[in-house]
Every structure is written in structure tokens, then in C-alpha cells.
Design a protein around this ligand. Structure first.
Ligand code: ZN
Ligand code: ZN
Ligand code: ZN
Length: 165
């Protein structure tokens, strides 16, 4: 039940081939190291993100947590999200005009995103050719990449067909 791994194509530069560590252990260690309390609220935020199969903004997370009768204050939520990002458990995306969106990444393979400007749909993709071309471009510039973000904005299939009607 650890993580909802989506079926995804293989990639060239996988960072995680070993078994992924338990997110709650990783977070507990982080909190201890930073002398922060390991609270039920903080763990509820992490749990929600681990279970979510999507990219969620903070408001969406608040709603979900309330539905599960795990109310977390907005301030706690934002602070917890910051910690989860620093701890490497969660990635924060700012997809264009919308609010920042968060996704659980520990043990997940690298992937890139397409974002619909109309409905906000986020499509995950990985393309080995694009990945190696990026590495190639970096090599040409004597640049060693540590990370990259690839986001394509546009209009998704559903929104495109809605427009035609
Ligand atoms: Zn990529
Ligand atoms: Zn759309
Ligand atoms: Zn993603």
C-alpha cells in the first residue's frame, strides 16, 4: 500500500533502483533532525499525498483532509508541505497560472508534465529520447545537470473536442 506507482515507461537516468524507503520513517527522521514534533497532523498531510494519485494544490489537500476528519489548519498544512519538500518526499510544482501543486515523489521515477491551460489536467510522461537529448545539450555546453523540469502547456484532448462542438 506504499505508493501508487503509475505504469510508466523506463527512463535512462533513474535515481531510484533500490526499494523505496518508508515515507513515514523518512519524515520522522527529518522531523527529529530538525527538532520538530512528529504530530498526527503532519503525518496526515503526508499520508494524503502518498495516497493521492494526482498533483494536488494546498486547498484540495485541505478539503481531502477535512473529509477524512483529519482537519489541519492552513498554516500547519503550508508549513508541513514546506518540510515535506525539503525532506525530499514531495515535489512542489508551479504549473503556469494556477496554485502550486504538490506530488509525492519518494521512490518514484523521474517524469515530466503536460498541463492543460483550460481544465488544469496534468499528464505525466517520460520520453527517453527527450531525456537523452537534454543530456546531450548539457554535454555540449560542458554542463552537468543535476535536475530538470520539463513542462508543456496547452490544451488537452477533452478540452480540444469540447471546443469543436
Ligand atoms: Zn525529464
Ligand atoms: Zn483540458
Ligand atoms: Zn507528476
Amino acid at each position: 500500500m506504499l505508493c501508487h506507482t503509475m505504469p510508466m515507461a523506463t527512463e535512462t537516468a533513474s535515481r531510484t533502483s533500490r526499494q523505496s524507503p518508508d515515507p513515514f520513517d523518512v519524515f520522522a527522521t527529518y522531523l527529529k533532525e530538525h527538532r520538530l514534533r512528529n504530530t498526527a497532523e503532519r503525518n496526515a498531510v503526508l499520508k494524503e499525498l502518498v495516497q493521492a494519485k494526482d498533483h494536488l494544490d494546498a486547498e484540495g489537500l485541505l478539503v481531502r483532509l477535512r473529509k477524512r476528519s483529519h482537519p489541519v489548519s492552513r498554516a500547519t498544512l503550508y508549513r508541513t508541505l514546506d518540510h515535506l519538500v525539503i525532506a525530499g518526499l514531495v515535489k512542489k510544482h508551479s504549473f503556469g497560472q494556477g496554485h502550486a501543486q504538490y506530488e509525492y515523489v519518494l521512490g518514484r521515477k523521474h517524469h515530466d508534465h503536460m498541463v492543460c491551460d483550460r481544465c488544469g489536467l496534468v499528464i505525466e510522461f517520460i520520453n527517453d529520447e527527450i531525456e537523452s537529448l537534454q543530456e546531450e545539450v548539457c554535454r555540449q555546453h560542458g554542463f552537468q545537470s543535476t535536475n530538470h523540469v520539463m513542462e508543456i502547456f496547452g490544451i488537452c484532448k477533452d478540452c480540444r473536442s469540447a471546443k469543436k462542438k
